[in-house]
Design a protein. Structure first.
Length: 343
């Protein structure tokens, strides 16, 4: 079927062809309800975005910086948040990286927090629509989240971190399988022989089993004299330091790879890091340079997410993708005083 002309679409919609042109280009000069109606009629008539025209307009935008600042959405869920300077560490890295990269494209960022009292996905959607937001970055929502009351057909979207229950979007995530295997191998390279891994089952699921699979692989390939034990804490025991303490007393490791729960157990036992026990974080933050561990490079998530989002916008890609793509960022081992070399 041949593409309908702008004048044919205009006749079907009862408007002039310039209004159709602006609506199909998602111009903020056209009321959102009118844009939606025109796009719906145009699609029924067989209209599809022209990728060549979109590419040319993207070239013009790159060579002629806009004289105004359009807005991209940034969706989070952080209860009891005082201000945007007190975000959880990884979310702060996501936002800072997104802001810096968005500015290079001529965009600013509007943050909507589902953790605010009374805030809902529907209200967040309305806030984005009022600002003519063409694309949304979603940062580290609970994996059970379901964002059904957002008009996804209006937006390009990218998820940072673990996947949510709905919708299934293009996503940026750390290459955790590779990263945890690298962390285990580095522990042995530094001279540790009895390594313990403590992680919650929920965290392992969020990382697509990026902890337990590498542990199982490494255990099958241990050199004689080395041990690698893992404790996957069930939801019922996620706050049970006593169980972790008892397990650590039993296996007597010389290095622990773990989360905050493992560190709390170490403190409960009265062990000093690194005098009595070495400790490596499964998600090491540059804000704690004394801590060694797996740096998942959250500082890159926001920038990569914005690149993907702008690419979708320039290609007129909206709605939930039929074939979501996972983009993996390679993390790195970060040395720190908590894991000194033994040899």
């Amino acid at each position: 079927m041949a593409q309908p002309t702008l004048r044919q679409i205009a006749a079907a919609c009862g408007v002039n062809h310039s209004t159709v042109s602006r609506a199909l280009n998602d111009s903020s000069r056209i009321p959102s309800a009118t844009r939606d109606r025109i796009v719906e009629i145009a699609r029924r008539m067989g209209w599809q975005p022209n990728p060549l025209a979109s590419a040319y307009m993207a070239h013009l935008r790159s060579t002629h910086p806009p004289s105004f600042k359009a807005t991209l959405g940034f969706l989070i869920d952080v209860p009891n948040l005082k201000d945007l300077n007190s975000l959880p560490g990884h979310v702060q890295f996501h936002l800072d990286g997104a802001r810096a990269r968005a500015a290079t494209y001529g965009y600013t960022i509007h943050v909507a927090n589902l953790g605010e009292p009374g805030m809902t996905p529907r209200l967040a959607d309305q806030a984005f629509r009022n600002r003519n937001v063409p694309g949304i970055i979603i940062s580290s929502l609970d994996t059970k989240a379901r964002l059904r009351h957002i008009a996804w057909r209006r937006y390009a979207a990218v998820m940072l971190g673990s996947p949510i229950a709905y919708p299934d979007l293009h996503r940026v995530q750390s290459a955790t399988h590779r990263g945890f295997l690298m962390t285990i191998n580095r522990a042995f390279e530094l001279g540790y022989e009895r390594v313990a891994v403590v992680v919650s089952e929920a965290y392992d699921r969020q990382t697509d089993h990026g902890v337990l699979f590498p542990v199982a692989y490494a255990r099958d390939r241990l050199r004689p004299g080395r041990s690698l034990n893992v404790l996957a804490v069930s939801p019922a025991d996620e706050h049970n330091r006593d169980r972790v303490c008892d397990w650590l007393r039993e296996i007597k490791p010389d290095l622990i790879i773990g989360t905050d729960l493992a560190m709390a157990a170490v403190m409960e036992l009265g062990w000093q890091v690194p005098r009595d026990i070495a400790f490596a974080s499964v998600d090491r933050s540059p804000g704690f340079p004394h801590m060694a561990g797996f740096d998942q490079r959250h500082d890159l998530f926001g920038a990569v997410g914005i690149d993907l989002l702008v690419s979708q916008i320039n290609s007129n890609e909206r709605d939930i993708p039929a074939n979501p793509i996972l983009h993996l960022i390679h993390g790195r081992w970060a040395d720190g005083a908590s894991v000194p070399p033994r040899n």
